[in-house]
Design a protein around this ligand. Sequence first.
Ligand code: SF4
Length: 300
Amino acid sequence: MSRFDHSEYVSITMEFRCNLKCVHCMIEGTMDELVPESLEKFEELLAHNRASRQWKGLILTGSEITLRRDLAELARRARESGFEHVRIQTHGMHLAQPSYCRKLVEAGVDEYFISVAGCDAATHDDITEVEGSFARTLRGMENLDACEQEVAMITNTVVTEKSYRLLPAVVDALSHLERLVQMEFWVYWPMEESDSKNLLAAHADILPWLREAIERARALGRSVEVKNFPQCMLGEYGDTLVNDQPQLFIDPAFWDRFMRNGFHQCRYREACASRQCLGLTTPYIEKYGWDESLLRPLPG
Ligand code: SF4
């Protein structure tokens, strides 16, 4: 089961630059066009929540939020305004610097959603296309694990043709981190009608590796969330499929690209009682077909 209730969180995109070049990047190509939310919008959000107490947690996100020099100040302002939690979504590399890591923790960032692309330097750096990135991300996570204040870490691994066989090993590589409380596996969506980067893997191929990763993460006491995978194929692990997301404030142009994925397609949609499943996407169907023999509508 999930450790966090997405309805208690709100996300705001405050940065669209990044210093990695992950092959699966969802906003590659639009990064220069998308506009971060303004400081005025940020302050409006804080004022709204101060008055309404609608959310407990604020997620500061974007391509790489730690590239914002005022990140600590944003976190401090959010905590002062009444948010119980401030989370950042990050590749974690900058946390390798102990003084920077300490600065964010002391400013009130108590949750860290960290992208881990592979299970070691060779695989992670191949996907991020930046040498040394795995070592820095891991060092950053170890700095968080050792800090005096109470913090929680969540990882996200994007599941592609390049990464699905690595999933159990990703769990193993991070098994020593006591504050890693949740691991997420997001099955890649291309943000267009075709899989032009040839990164989509077949669900049947992903499944055994994903199941093994879920089992290993749970054995370590971690909760697991899977995104964008047919719920019926997960069987006894169907409860790991959580496609809910916090409310997101982002440049509206993002949604034009997002809609090109064409979620919610399935031959059994009408007969299926799943409330979480996103079905198949347009690029998946174009590449692998409808998977009719693999899917089973869930009973009501
Ligand atoms: S039958 Fe289709 S909609 Fe239902 S869980 Fe399977 S993939 Fe999802």
